[in-house]
Design a protein around this ligand. Structure first.
Ligand code: 4NP
Length: 146
């Protein structure tokens, strides 16, 4: 099972989601992340995301931003998007037969808010939301119920 986390820049939210889900799933699964834009390609995660992850015992400092590509839809089984704009942009790249792999990471149409232009507490909030949703996702993946 291979899981891809997607946000806009792949420097704030999806690197955290990647780190958290990896931490919960362990080495038997492949977890990666990507952005819908290539503006930050090659950059490490935002310092604030790195700090928030570190505080929670997770090291995301070696990740590097990359844009999502068409080949990701073949490679990955599940693609989780942080907000509705990401979801819309990702779906545009998918063939019809691949669209079922694309999901919003939160249930009930909720979104993980973009923390980029805010303060550090926005990152803590994002961390909590992702930790809760990744806990549910990890359980479902392990139980084969997703
Ligand atoms: P992310 O946050 O999508 O969670 O990585 C952002 C990163 C960069 C920008 C916006 C959001 N930006 O405008 O460059």
């Amino acid at each position: 099972m291979k899981i891809l986390m997607v946000c806009l820049g792949n420097i704030c939210r999806s690197p955290l989601a990647e780190g958290i889900l990896k931490h919960k799933l362990g080495d038997d699964y492949f977890v990666d992340s990507a952005g819908t834009i290539n503006y930050h390609e090659g950059s490490h995660p935002d310092e604030r995301s790195i700090r928030t992850a570190t505080k929670n015992g997770i090291d995301i400092s070696r990740q590097k931003s990359r844009p999502i590509t068409k080949s990701d839809f073949d490679k990955f089984d599940l693609i989780f998007c942080m907000d509705k704009n990401n979801y819309k942009d990702v779906l545009k790249l998918a063939d019809d037969s691949q669209k079922h792999k694309v999901r919003l990471i939160l249930d009930n149409e909720l979104e993980v808010p973009d923390p980029y232009f805010g303060g550090i507490d926005g990152f803590d909030k994002v961390y909590q939301m992702l930790d809760e949703s990744c806990e549910i996702i990890a359980e479902k993946i392990k139980n084969n119920t997703i």
